[in-house]
Design a protein around this ligand. Structure first.
Ligand code: ADP
Length: 259
């Protein structure tokens, strides 16, 4: 039985094709058309596996762009999908901290992949991947380099809460000759403390899985662990938690839309 999960995020579109214990994935930029990105991710998965639409028992869409993709059988919120995917990636995880391109969320689960409670920030870019992208650009770096550039540096205090003001603050710090690594470390701490504050309001998780594209940034992970006072784990597939969860839910509760 083949199922597919498509997670159309603000920055990247992720697709997972699941068959028994095996799964394959694609990640591509969402760009300006969530609909097109979702369709291309789906077609790429089918093409890689040599399958056609009728071979797939159920396709579940998730992420902010899920309403834009017409070929899915059902849409499910990213909160539910992330919780389910995280359970598969790290058995026993009872807290999921997800930092994506334009939102961040903390999900408390029952340790079996079901949502108990959650908190979400989708109103303010601070505490999201977008914030890191803006600051990286101001520092002439790529987001993928930030962790290495800040490794071992003492963080400077970043006082601005807003992305636009924080960008100006970073530019003035650079002009004052403050070391770039220390500025980046300060930015990592600022993102982590915002998200940790959200987690604290939800209660204590025991085993925390960090998901979303920002989970690739080890600097943010380190400050999150420090702020939360608990080990915060990342797995290589962390960015795929939502799409994987969607594919797993498609297998557990398949639905088929009339075509
Ligand atoms: P969404 O689901 O909202 O599209 P993602 O979960 O894919 O977002 O996360 C996108 C964010 O991940 C980007 O804004 C960026 O900050 C961060 N990111 C992506 N790739 C990397 C990388 N290689 N290293 C560090 N951060 C990254």
């Amino acid at each position: 039985m083949y199922t597919v999960g498509i997670d159309v995020g603000s920055v990247t579109t992720k697709g997972v094709l699941l068959n028994g214990r095996d799964w394959r994935h694609v990640i591509r930029p969402t760009g300006c058309s969530p609909r097109q990105a979702g369709l291309e991710a789906f077609e790429e998965l089918l093409g890689q596996a040599g399958l056609v639409r009728d071979d797939i028992s159920c396709v579940i869409g998730t992420g902010y762009g899920r309403i834009s993709i017409p070929f899915i059988d059902k849409a499910i919120t990213e909160i539910t999908c992330h919780a389910r995917g995280a359970h598969h990636l790290l058995e026993g995880a009872d807290m999921v901290v997800d930092i994506g391109g334009q939102d961040s969320k903390v999900i408390l689960t029952d340790g079996r992949g079901n949502v108990v409670n959650f908190a979400m920030n989708d109103k303010c870019a601070a505490g999201t991947g977008r914030f890191l992208e803006v600051i990286a650009a101001a520092l002439g770096a790529d987001v993928s380099e930030l962790a290495d550039l800040a490794r071992g540096a003492e963080p400077v205090q970043i006082s601005s809460m807003c992305t636009v003001f924080a960008e100006s603050e970073v530019i003035s710090l650079l002009a004052q000759g403050v070391d770039r690594g220390r500025i980046i470390a300060g930015i990592h701490r600022s993102v982590a403390s915002r998200v940790a504050a959200m987690a604290e309001r939800l209660g204590k998780g025991g085993l925390i899985l960090f998901t979303g594209g920002v989970a690739k940034n080890d600097g943010v992970r380190e400050f999150l662990a420090r702020e939360l006072g608990r080990e915060t784990l990342v797995v290589p597939e962390s960015q795929l938690a939502g799409a994987l969860g969607a594919a797993l839910l498609a297998r557990e509760k398949p639905v088929r839309k009339e075509r």
